[in-house]
Design a protein around this ligand. Sequence first.
Ligand SMILES: C[S@@+](CC[C@H](N)C(=O)[O-])C[C@H]1O[C@@H](n2cnc3c(N)ncnc32)[C@H](O)[C@@H]1O
Length: 399
Amino acid sequence: VEIEIGPRKLRIFVSFLTLATVAVSLNLFWFRPGGWSEGLSLSCPISIAAGAIVSVILGWLFLRLAFPQRPPLTKSAGRPPIGLDEYRLAGLGSLPSDADGRDLYLDLMKRTVTNIVYQDLPSLFFDGEGPVRLAGGFSLPRRVMGEDQPADAHTMVGLRRLENLQHCIEQALSSNVPGDLIETGAFRGGASMFMRAVLKAHGVTERKVFVCDTFLEAVAPRPHWILMPLLQALASVPSRRWRRKLFMMGQWLVGSAKAFPDSAEPSEDWVEFVVASVRHPSMIPKCGGTGLNEVKSAFARYGLLDEQVVFLQGFFADTLPDAPIDRLAVIRLDGDTYESTRDGISLLYPKLSEGGFCVVDDYGAFSECRRAIDEYRQAHKIEDEIIAIDKMGVYWRKS
Ligand SMILES: C[S@@+](CC[C@H](N)C(=O)[O-])C[C@H]1O[C@@H](n2cnc3c(N)ncnc32)[C@H](O)[C@@H]1O
């Protein structure tokens, strides 16, 4: 499914060789004392300026050659349409004949928020095993496991984690666990919408769904013709120490306009994840954040925007302490980083009712998320068994 545009190392090597040859030739024949530039009787400053301009043009050419901009992916890019067997293998090909209206509605919701129905293109994918890679086409297994960053789907958590969410909510409802539902880290809102849909399907009117995020809209870096190749070049330096520095520098440069709080000690896997996304900057608008109005409008498009949905915009550390939350039945933590997971769990877990569920989306994906959870569980002597949902998500039930 990955698209490889030719042998990348060879491309870099050839463009570097070209650049070096031109630079050496210039020095030999033009700029050296007694070279061609002297024959043209150029003054020293003009000669230096000419050298500088030529170097900039060559540098720019080098970047463009080594890191060509990909044309926007189209639906037909990548692999051919998925065969029917894949749906059958994933258990998606046909619905059970005894499914009732509620099952059918929730099943369709899950297929819609993950966009398994229309199959948008993923931008990047990340399965927790290799680096983040550019995906070339829709992959059903990846969408089921929540391993890609969809271009358009309303959630990136995948089908398995939605099934788990439904299980947790329905368990909490059937055993009368008191409290509302919350997701910290909503992105385009798909998983939160699904939480609201489960309440709707069960005719629950007294519980709320809290939807928390900075809701910061991503913008494409501009001017992209110079910044993008430069970013790609910086993010491609094959040194983990450098990439860490780049991450910290980027964090400092972005200042307050950021979707995540500052990471004090980012884990290597998180740094690699973020920097790898920068290597594909044309994807940023597609996999970056979503504004509050856009998320609200998506809720409305599903007919799920009502007074039972409460949006909390801002960093969790700022919004959660004063949120009108009394008890919680299901907590879904999906803030990726150490700080976000720590803030989410420490501010919400004390409100989780006995028998309630705590779901952690990124426990298997990012070691810093795992560290925040393990530290909290250790400090509060939580021994409830952690159950894996898929390669990334986990949950436990509060005893
Ligand atoms: C992985 S995405 C969430 C995916 C989402 N649950 C879904 O269904 O696709 C993480 C989101 O958490 C938000 N986020 C992370 N840390 C945050 C924090 N401390 N405060 C507010 N939002 C945060 C980011 O803005 C981002 O939208």
